[in-house]
Ligand binder design. Structure first.
Ligand SMILES: [Zn+2]
Ligand SMILES: [Zn+2]
Length: 719
C-alpha cells in the first residue's frame, strides 16, 4: 500500500512538472511582446521597459528564465503578476499566491455547487425514472439533451434566458451575493447531471434484475422500498466513482463558465492572464489548478457487494474446526465467527507462512499429491479466496494428461470453485474479505476491446485458474482481474446454492448454459441431442429441460450415465456402441437414426460434450436442416489418435448447418443462470455424484475417465 501511494505521488509530481514546463514554453512562444502590450499604443519609456524586463528575467535566455522560475516554484514562491500600473514600481504587481488565495474560494463554491447539483439532482432523477415508468422517458430525453449540450452552450443559454431576458439572476460578477452563483453552478453541472441520471438509471435497472431483488420482492416489498433500501446502495458505487473522477473535467468547464459570467475565480483570472500574456500569473494558476484537480481524481475505493445485503452474508469457513462429513461450513455460522475485516487480518498474521495444503501436479500422467505450499498473495487487481468447494472435471484430466499447453509444471489444478474472499489486492474495488463468490473459469482482463465488447470468455489476455495460474484444489487460491470476473453468490440461508452445488455450476453448467443459450440460441420446443453424458453433457440435459426444450435425447456408451441423464430430464436415451458409425460421415449410424426417429426428422440443436471425431460426426448428422451443432468437448489434435477431426462439410453446406465453438461463460451471464437455479427449474445439487476430501482428489483425477456417468466429483479442500 505504501509503495502504491509513493508511486501515485511520484506520478502526480511528474505530471505536474510536465504540465508546468509545457505551459511555460507555450506562454513564452506566444507572439508579441507582453511588456510592450502593458502600455497599449504608447511606446514604453526605455528605462521603465528595461526595469520590467529585468524584474521578470525576460532579458535572460529562455533556459535561464525556466530554471529561475522552476527554482522559485520549488521553494513555494509563485512570483508576482505584472504590475497593475506599468509606469509605477516594476516589482509592485500582486503576488500570484495572494491572487490564488483571493480567487480560489469563488471557484470552490462553483465547483462544490456543481458537484452537489449533479449528485443530488442526477441520482434522484435517475431513481425516479427507474421506479416511475411514466417519468422514465421524460428523464431519459432530458438527460440525453443535457449530455449532448457543451458547457459553453449551456452557459450562454442560461445567461441569455434567465439573466438577460427574464432578469431573475445577476448577469455577472460575484459581488451580488449568493444569487450570482446560481447560473454558473447550473451551467457547470448541466452536462454531468444528465450523465449521472443516465448512469443511475442504467445501474439501478441492472441491480433490480438481480436475484436478491427478486427475493426481496418475493417477500412482498414494494418497488420503491426495494430501490431505496436494497438496490440504491450497490447501484450508486459506479455513480460515486464517476462523480469523483469527473472533478478534473469540472475544472475545465470552470474556465468557460467563469469566463462567460465574469466570475472573479481561478478560471476567470486565468482567462484574463492569457489575454494579458501575464506569464507568472498564468503558469502559477495552471499549476494550482492542476495540483488541485489531479489530487482529487483518484476514485474512491468503495467495495461493491451486489446481490447480498450485508447483514445476510455468510461468515467465513472456520478451518480450524472442520468436521469431516458434516455440512460445508460456508453458510453455517461458525462459533464465535465474524466476517469483520480486522479480525480476519489478525488471523492471517498469526498463521505461519507455508501452511496451505494444495494438490500439486509435478509430472504429466503421474498422480498429483497433497503438499504444503506457501500462502498465495493477492494480485494487485485480484483476490485470495478460501476455497469452499472445487469440482473435478475432464479439463482437469486433460491438464493432468499433458494435453493443455497452458499448463506449466508444477501446477495446482482446479477451476470450478466457490469460496469466501480472504484478502484483496490494492486495485480491487468491488470485493472485500467475507464476500462469498464464484468465478467463470475463463477470467477476462476486463480492459481489452473483446472484454469491453461483452465477451471476456474469449479475451486474448485471459487467465484461467488451474491452467494459466494455480487453481482451487487447494485451501487458498489467488484469482486475477477480480472486479471483472467474480460473481457474488447469495448465502445459503438466503436460498443460495451450497458450496458443493455451486462447484458443479462453476464450469460444466456454465459451459452448457453458454453453449445452449449464448451460442445455439435454443428456443422453447426445439429438439436437443446431447452427445456424451459427462459433467457438461448431463448439465446440458438438465439445462435443456429447464429452458423448455422439446424432445431431449441423451447419447452415451455408459448405461449408468444414461440413467443419470434420464433422471435429469432426458426424454429418450440412446446407448451408443463403441464401434458405431464411420468416422467423418455418420450416415446410417444407429445413433443418428435413433435421434432422427425420436425428434421427428432431426434435432434442432446438438451439443457435442465428449470431444471425439466420432461423436462430432454423429452430432452433425443428427441435425435437421438448418440445425446448430455446438462443439464443447475439447478436441485437441491427436487426442484420440486421429489428428484433426474430419468434418462432413458437404452435409454442413447442403443442410445449412451451423457449427459453433463454445468456450466457458462470461461473468455477465451468471444472473440468468442463477435465476434458473433460484426458480427451482435447475437443481445443480442433482448433478453432484461424490464429495471428496483433498487427500482423495489425486486418485479421483487419475480415475476420472473410468468414472464417467458417476456424476460431478466435488472436492472440499478444507477437509
Ligand atoms: Zn480482455
Ligand atoms: Zn471444468
Amino acid at each position: 500500500m505504501v509503495a502504491f501511494l509513493l508511486r501515485r505521488g511520484v506520478q502526480m509530481l511528474l505530471s505536474l512538472w510536465a504540465a508546468l514546463t509545457l505551459v511555460f514554453v507555450a506562454v513564452t512562444q506566444l507572439p508579441g511582446d507582453p511588456v510592450r502590450a502593458l502600455f497599449g499604443f504608447t511606446p514604453p519609456p526605455p528605462d521603465i521597459y528595461a526595469a520590467i524586463q529585468a524584474q521578470f528575467h525576460l532579458d535572460e535566455p529562455l533556459l535561464v528564465q525556466y530554471l529561475l522560475y522552476l527554482g522559485d516554484v520549488l521553494t513555494g514562491d509563485l512570483g508576482r503578476a505584472f504590475p497593475l500600473d506599468p509606469y509605477g514600481d516594476a516589482g509592485a504587481g500582486p503576488l500570484v499566491s495572494e491572487t490564488v488565495l483571493a480567487t480560489a474560494p469563488v471557484s470552490a463554491v462553483v465547483i462544490l455547487g456543481a458537484l452537489v447539483v449533479q449528485s443530488v439532482v442526477g441520482v434522484v432523477a435517475g431513481a425516479l425514472a427507474t421506479t416511475w415508468r411514466q417519468l422514465g422517458a421524460g428523464v431519459y430525453a432530458v438527460s440525453l439533451l443535457l449530455v449532448s449540450t457543451p458547457v459553453l452552450v449551456a452557459a450562454y443559454l442560461l445567461r441569455t434566458v434567465f439573466g438577460l431576458e427574464l432578469g431573475w439572476f445577476p448577469l455577472s460578477g460575484a459581488a451580488g451575493g449568493p444569487l450570482t452563483y446560481v447560473l454558473p453552478v447550473l451551467a457547470l453541472a448541466a452536462l454531468s447531471t444528465g450523465y449521472v441520471a443516465l448512469l443511475t438509471r442504467a445501474e439501478l435497472t441492472e441491480t433490480l434484475a438481480s436475484p436478491f431483488v427478486h427475493a426481496a420482492r418475493a417477500r412482498g416489498l414494494r418497488t420503491g422500498r426495494v430501490v431505496a433500501v436494497h438496490a440504491l446502495k450497490p447501484a450508486l458505487i459506479p455513480v460515486v466513482t464517476f462523480v469523483a473522477a469527473n472533478v478534473s473535467q469540472l475544472f475545465v468547464g470552470l474556465l468557460v463558465v467563469e469566463g462567460i459570467f465574469g466570475m472573479p475565480g481561478l478560471g476567470g483570472t486565468l482567462i484574463e492572464a492569457i489575454r494579458d500574456r501575464d506569464r507568472s500569473l498564468l503558469v502559477g494558476l495552471v499549476t494550482v489548478v492542476m495540483a488541485t484537480s489531479s489530487s482529487r481524481t483518484r476514485s474512491p475505493t468503495w467495495r461493491r457487494r451486489p446481490w447480498t445485503p450485508a447483514s445476510r452474508r455468510a461468515p467465513p469457513p472456520d478451518r480450524r474446526s472442520p468436521v469431516p462429513g458434516a455440512a460445508p461450513p460456508v453458510g453455517a455460522t461458525a462459533p464465535g465467527g465474524t466476517s469483520s475485516c480486522r479480525r480476519r487480518r489478525r488471523c492471517r498474521r498469526t498463521r505461519s507462512v507455508g501452511d496451505v495444503r494444495a494438490l500439486v501436479l509435478r509430472q504429466f500422467g503421474v498422480e498429483p499429491a497433497v503438499e504444503v505450499v506457501p500462502d498465495p498473495a493477492p494480485p494487485v487487481d485480484g483476490v485470495v479466496l478460501r476455497v469452499g468447494a472445487s469440482g473435478l472435471c475432464r479439463s482437469d484430466w486433460h491438464a493432468y494428461a499433458g494435453h493443455d499447453p497452458d499448463v506449466v509444471l508444477p501446477q495446482v489444478l482446479g477451476h470450478e470453485l466457490v469460496g469466501v474472499v480472504e484478502d484483496v489486492g490494492p486495485e480491487v474495488t468491488r470485493w472485500r474479505p467475507g464476500d462469498r463468490v464464484t468465478t467463470p473459469f475463463v477470467c477476462g482482463c476486463g480492459r481489452c476491446a473483446t472484454c469491453l465488447g461483452g465477451d471476456p470468455q474469449v479475451c486474448p489476455q485471459q487467465r484461467q485458474p488451474g491452467f494459466t495460474d494455480d487453481g482451487s484444489l487447494a485451501e487458498l487460491v489467488a484469482l486475477h482481474h477480480a472486479d471483472a470476473n467474480l460473481v457474488a453468490l447469495p448465502a445459503v440461508q438466503d436460498g443460495g446454492p451450497t458450496d458443493v452445488a455451486s462447484a458443479a455450476l462453476g464450469c460444466r453448467t456454465a459451459t452448457a448454459y453458454r453453449a445452449l443459450v449464448g451460442r445455439a440460441g435454443l428456443r422453447p420446443g426445439e429438439g436437443v441431442v446431447v452427445l456424451g453424458c459427462g459433467g457438461v453433457g448431463l448439465s446440458a440435459v438438465a439445462l435443456a429441460r429447464a429452458l423448455g426444450a422439446g424432445v431431449v435425447v441423451a447419447v452415451d456408451v455408459s448405461g449408468a450415465a444414461l440413467e443419470r441423464a434420464r433422471e435429469l430430464g432426458a426424454d429418450v436415451v440412446v446407448r451408443a456402441g463403441a464401434g458405431d458409425g464411420a468416422l467423418g460421415s455418420a450416415e446410417g449410424d444407429p445413433v443418428v437414426a435413433a435421434v432422427h426417429g425420436a425428434t421427428g426428422g432431426g434435432a434442432a440443436v446438438a451439443v457435442e460434450a465428449l470431444g471425439s471425431e466420432r461423436t462430432l460426426a454423429q452430432g452433425l448428422w443428427s441435425l435437421r436442416r438448418r440445425g446448430r451443432l455446438v462443439q464443447v468437448g475439447l478436441l485437441p489434435p491427436g487426442a484420440d489418435g486421429t489428428g484433426r477431426p474430419r468434418v462432413a462439410m458437404e452435409r454442413v453446406i447442403s443442410h445449412e448447418l451451423d457449427v459453433l465453438g463454445s468456450h466457458g461463460m462470461a461473468a455477465a451471464d451468471y444472473p440468468g443462470l442463477l435465476a434458473l437455479v433460484a426458480s427451482g427449474a435447475l437443481r445443480p445439487a442433482d448433478l453432484v455424484g461424490e464429495v471428496l476430501p483433498l487427500a482423495d482428489a489425486g486418485r479421483a483425477l487419475v480415475d476420472l475417465p473410468s468414472r464417467a456417468g458417476a456424476g460431478v466429483l466435488v472436492v472440499e479442500p478444507w477437509r
